[in-house]
Every structure is written in C-alpha cells, then in structure tokens.
Design a protein around this ligand. Structure first.
Ligand SMILES: *[C@@H]1O[C@H](CO)[C@@H](O)[C@H](O)[C@H]1NC(C)=O
Ligand SMILES: *[C@@H]1O[C@H](CO)[C@@H](O)[C@H](O)[C@H]1NC(C)=O
Length: 188
C-alpha cells in the first residue's frame, strides 16, 4: 500500500516538474522565433530599400560601352567611316580618335579591335611631314607606321597608313575619370 501511494505521487511530481520547464521552454522558443522573424523582416526590408536606391559606382571610370585601360577609356566603333568623319564621331562623344602613349596602348587596342582595321588619331600633312597625334602633344614613344598614306589605322601588323577617304571602323579615346574613391576599387 505504501508503494501504491508513493508511485502516483512520484509520477505526479515528475509530471509537474516536467510541465514547468517545458512551458518555459515553449515561451523561450516562441520568443526566439519572433526575434528571428523580426531580424529577417528587417533584413528583407533593408535589402528592398537598398535595391531601389540609385547606386554610386565607385569603380566606373569609363562610360557604359567603353573599355578602360591605363587611365584612358576606349570606344571601338561598329560603323565604318572615313578618317575625318571618324574623328567627328569621336569628337561628338567628347573624345578624339585614339591616342597612344605607350606600346601597351597599342597592343591593348590590337587585342580588342578584332579582325577589322580601325582608324586611330594619327595623321600627317604630307609624306615628308612628321606623324602627329590628335593630342598635338609629342608622344613619349615613337611608333613605326607602315605604308605611305596620310592617315593611320590599326591593321593586322600594327600601325599602317592609307588614303584618309577609306571607310574603316575607328577607335576613340578620352581620359578616364579620376575617381576620388580609387582606393576602394578592386579593378583597374
Ligand atoms: C558618325 O559616323 C556616321 C557614319 O558611320 C556618320 O553618318 C555620322 O554623321 C557621324 N557622326 C558625326 C557626329 O560625325
Ligand atoms: C568623309 O565622309 C563624310 C561623310 O560621309 C564626307 O562628307 C566627306 O567628304 C568625307 N571625306 C573624305 C576625305 O572622304
């Protein structure tokens, strides 16, 4: 009889002991879930707000469709035109026919031009006259120009010259924007 009385008692205390903490754990669980949900909601709202804000592009130093290389932006035309009209096209974009400062500039454009010849900003007044870049500043690097024309273009073997009235693609250059946040940039 003693055992019979103690047994349910024992179960009862065990049950009440279990109910106490399990009820508390349930509330803790609910609070945790509420906190997690709130954090997720705030994060989602923050991302949504950010997505609709205009993003500053700290690394974009060249216009869309232009390629940046060594402080200059390059534009490779899809159209073809004569040398003068090509220069006018570049000028209308705030640029000039491509000016090279180094052999790296030349090899860069050679890599990007594809198979078609492209006008560059190098011309001379006559066969006896010196080659002059659009920039009018003496180039630090002397370039060899093949052929006996008065206007220069990028051919398969490098700088070549021909009649200025020939229709070709062209390359424009203009200085890349100096970015005050350059240190935060990964590329270029
Ligand atoms: C640009 O080139 C096209 C030919 O491809 C010509 O028709 C047009 O007039 C040029 N634009 C300027 C501003 O020179
Ligand atoms: C170059 O092209 C333009 C427009 O197509 C034309 O008006 C001009 O006469 C041409 N110039 C030369 C030197 O061929």
């Amino acid at each position: 009889m003693e055992e019979m009385r103690e047994y349910p008692n024992f179960l009862g205390t065990e049950r009440s002991r279990r109910e106490g903490p399990s009820h508390g754990a349930c509330i803790t669980f609910q609070l945790t879930m509420a906190a997690v949900f709130t954090v997720l909601l705030i994060t989602a709202v923050a991302f949504a707000v950010q997505a609709f804000q205009p993003h500053p592009q700290p690394c974009a130093q060249c216009p869309f469709d232009w390629v940046g290389f060594r402080g200059k932006c390059y534009y490779f035309s899809e159209d073809e035109s004569n040398w003068t009209s090509s220069q006018n096209n570049c000028s209308a974009l705030g640029a000039s026919l491509a000016v090279f400062d180094s052999t790296e500039d030349l090899s860069f454009t050679m890599r990007h031009k594809g198979s078609s010849p492209h006008w560059v900003g190098l011309s001379r007044e006559g066969e006896e006259h010196p080659w002059e870049w659009m920039s009018r500043s003496p180039s630090s690097h002397p370039f060899q120009v093949q052929g006996d024309g008065l206007c220069a273009y990028l051919g398969d073997l490098g700088l070549t010259s021909s009649h200025c009235s020939a229709h070709r693609n062209w390359v424009c250059t203009k200085p890349a924007l100096q970015n005050p946040r350059k240190n935060f940039c990964i590329s270029t």
